[in-house]
Design a protein around this ligand. Sequence first.
Ligand code: GCU
Length: 683
Amino acid sequence: DVKEAYNCWLQYRKVDNDKLFQLYFKSVAAVSNSLIIQSVIQELELAFHSMYGKGPDISQQIHEQTTLILATYQDIKLADYGLNGDIFQEINDEGYVIKSSKNGDKEAILLIGKTDKGVLYATHHLLRLIQTGETLKELNILESPRNKIRMINQWDNMNGSIERGYAGKSIFYENNKITSNMERIKDYARLLSSVGVNAISINNVNVWKVETNLITNVLLPDVAKIADILRAYGIKTFLSINFASPIEIGDLTTADPLDNDVKQWWKQKVEEIYRYIPDFGGFVVKADSEHRPGPFSYNRNHADGANLLGEALQPFNGIVIWRCFVYNCMQDWRDRSTDRARAAYDHFKPLDGHFLDNVILQIKNGPMDFQVREPVSPLFGALESTNQVLEFQITQEYLGQQRDLCYLVPMWKEVLEFDTYSKGAGSTVKTIVDGSLFSSKISGIASVSNIGNDVNWTGHTLAQANLFGYGRLIWNPDLAAEEISREWIQLTFGNDETVIEQINHMLLDSWGIYENYTTPLGIGWMVNPNHHYGPNVDGYEYSRWGTYHFADRDGIGVDRTMETGTGYTGQYFSPNKEMFNSLDTCPDELLLFFHHVPYTHTLKSGETVIQHYYNSHFKGVEQVEELIARWILLEDKIDSYRFHNVLERLKMQLKNAKEWRDQVNTYFYRKSGIPDEKNRKIY
Ligand code: GCU
């Protein structure tokens, strides 16, 4: 049975507590009404049938039997339930209150949203409390999402393939058409909204020929069908667009952002889109990046390009999400003066303040490309007068491709907690993207999805934790990685303490393990070109992508210092600038990102670089063996499909880890001639 795998964290496992049902859920009043409230009622019916074997009576009026009340704060007399309306001034439009109260002489639970979206999120909060076995007594919860934009980017192509997808094919498209399986999209919307995601772009940032047509009247009616489903779950639909559209699907000969015909073309195009989708979110744009067209072709800059679209979208309150992943991907490896890490800052910092206020720059968490460890992009903090969105990658492109286990919340937390010092101490990334540090009009977090049409959505069942964790973390960046993982395990696998403890260990250790057997000390890459799975130490060493480790017989690492290197460290604010720039203060885990050092350089840990490489690679493999041992303990406690799915993946991971260990160790032993102090097997 694959039901458990499919339902992810919305299991709604049976609750043997009829009393609870009688006490709180027998009689529900949904006082407010809207499309979203209809979804809430559907979800409640489904959940209660599954948990208690019966559904509640649902009415619109509160009557004397009512014990669960759903409403927006304007639709109910708050004072009757001991609530003061002022608290709704403290929360934003998506926030909510969950409160235990009385309806006459009966106990009652109130789910009060500032808007209907708040009611939706409150409902999922309540369902989580039920499923994790928390008490439902004396509830008094006030929640409000920290980030305004909480977005997912699908990298789906219309032929059904997914760029960097590791869980089957697209759930949105097949055979160059929009799918007719709207049920699956609805289930995706349920999953996303249950963790607070409120925006999605439904096609790849690389917009190829067919996808360019998504904004034409041929495909817009079908896009509108998807938007209809997502809207009922509080999720706005966005499209990635091709900057050269005026040429490719219009009859213009230029896409020059300052050309009047081009401006007119986009205005009409946007009007047309809003006729089909009145609450369309806007555009995501990858321009002048990895051969995609953009303003550079016309000697215009990225502000010209983004503002062209911003102006067209403004009358409809649409936004432009303009990606900063702009760098020279035709670099000559002999050229030591170009440093890809510098590129985003060099391109966009000078344009700070030049963007319209419905334009948002989307910045990857690190300066390179989602490696196992990168410093935080120095653009965070450097743009004081520009809206921005942080981009994470849930799909595990460089992180084991959902064959290897890698729970990403701890990594994302480090990024969000990083202090940029842009306005002195406390200028953390999370305060930049939540809009508070620079009083940004609109900001938030986006991430590349990890789902496809595999029965369990994510290929590796435990990779579901990353999608869940992403949503929970960006709702509230102060949650601990472990709180999120525990909650996910309980919802997904139940409340058995052994299961919780073992899986929790596995998840929390997994990023470090992956780092150990791949590329510790911040150097990254060393992967097989193109598909990016498995080791190939020199795979990108003489390529045009700007991704080098510079290993020779004496040492390894990239000198990005101000004195002798590329000067990249100078893009940070003090004291980060000095901290990264100096060998003495640069943290071990990022050492080789910033410095070229001899293999015999001693780390703060006391090990030499080369010995650390040997040690961590041997250790990484042992740790994968431990993961397998932990998982095997759970055989009787987990359904067979999910148990075997994970076991099979862990075995693939072990094979991969050994390959990494042996190739990396052998490579560096041959380069350096320095033997392993512990005399272990190196080939
Ligand atoms: C990476 C990835 C590409 C993707 C690109 C992007 O380079 O390998 O597949 O298109 O990022 O973020 O645009």
